[in-house]
Design a protein around this ligand. Structure first.
Ligand code: COA
Length: 248
């Protein structure tokens, strides 16, 4: 059991996994990454689970990696983040994301690995890797140009400005925009529909959809992680973390 990752069964065949550290906008610290890895493995191992819904508590998806862990450096933080990215990018059962509020950094890049995603009208996305002196992660330097086009991917990954749910939909990060607060209901509706379909056929279709890019995604995650680990220790990145942690 994880204190910051909740697992429940809101409908037959549906496992809802909720990132829950609301006082930190669900920032992903090591324990939360590990909780997500464990929750995904448990859903994979449970034959009663056909679909996973991934969401965040307190009207927020996640503010991304915990910046205190970034600032502390060391290899532990990045390693568990990479293990999580490997788990979500190779999951066999369909994953449907429900995004309200902030989806920052890995909060946005994890959507590239979800099969379906819905965002409330108040959602705000951001890929502030360059702003923080870092570089893209999560396979985003390969997958985002593929789904959003190279110009849009450069805009989102290099400028790192916040963008809204309609832009996220145009970029291919989410399927649809719902009323504010409506993303989870939309995700659960699609999850129930998926859970009612023949599970082997659903799993086969997911694996065929992922097959073409799988090797490139794995290679990109590993290459990005190497650079990202080096960037974490750079003066540029450490200055950006310190600025965030001492901003008031
Ligand atoms: N890591 C660590 N702490 C974080 C965090 C993160 N990624 N995101 C938010 N927090 C903390 C804040 O420091 C604050 O703590 P405090 O109450 O002790 O001051 C608390 O969570 C609430 O955040 P706050 O900034 O007050 O909320 P907000 O609604 O005004 O803004 C964000 C939300 C997500 C826009 C803003 O917190 C933010 O930009 N976070 C950093 C996101 C980021 O750069 N992530 C890394 C991406 S690679």
């Amino acid at each position: 059991m994880s204190e910051t990752v909740l697992s429940e069964t809101p409908a037959e065949g549906v496992r809802q996994i909720t990132m829950s550290r609301p006082e930190r906008r669900n920032a992903l610290d090591r324990a939360t990454y590990q909780g997500l890895i464990d929750a995904l493995a448990a859903a994979d191992a449970d034959a009663a689970v056909r679909v996973i819904v991934l969401t965040g508590a307190g009207g927020c998806f996640t503010s991304g990696n915990d910046i205190k862990d970034f600032a502390a450096g060391g290899l532990d933080g990045p390693r568990v983040a990479i293990d999580f990215l490997t788990a979500i990018s190779t999951a066999r059962k369909p994953i449907v994301a429900a995004v309200e509020g902030f989806a920052v950094g890995i909060g946005t890049t994890m959507l590239l690995h979800c099969d379906l995603a819905y965002a409330g009208r108040g959602a705000s996305f951001r890929l502030p890797f360059v702003t923080l002196g870092l570089c893209p992660e999560g396979g985003s330097s390969y997958l985002l140009p593929l789904i959003a086009g190279s110009k849009r991917a450069a805009e989102l990954l290099m400028l790192g400005e916040p963008f809204g749910p309609e832009q996220a939909r145009e970029a291919g990060l989410v399927n649809d925009v719902t009323a504010e607060g409506g993303a989870l209901a939309a995700a659960l509706e699609k999850a129930r529909a998926l859970a009612a379909l023949p599970p082997q056929s659903v799993a086969l279709t997911k694996s065929l959809l992922k097959r073409g890019g799988a090797a490139a995604v794995a290679e990109t995650i590993a290459t990005e992680a190497r650079h990202f680990g080096e960037r974490l220790m750079s003066a540029e990145a450490q200055a950006a973390f310190a600025a965030f942690l001492t901003r008031r």
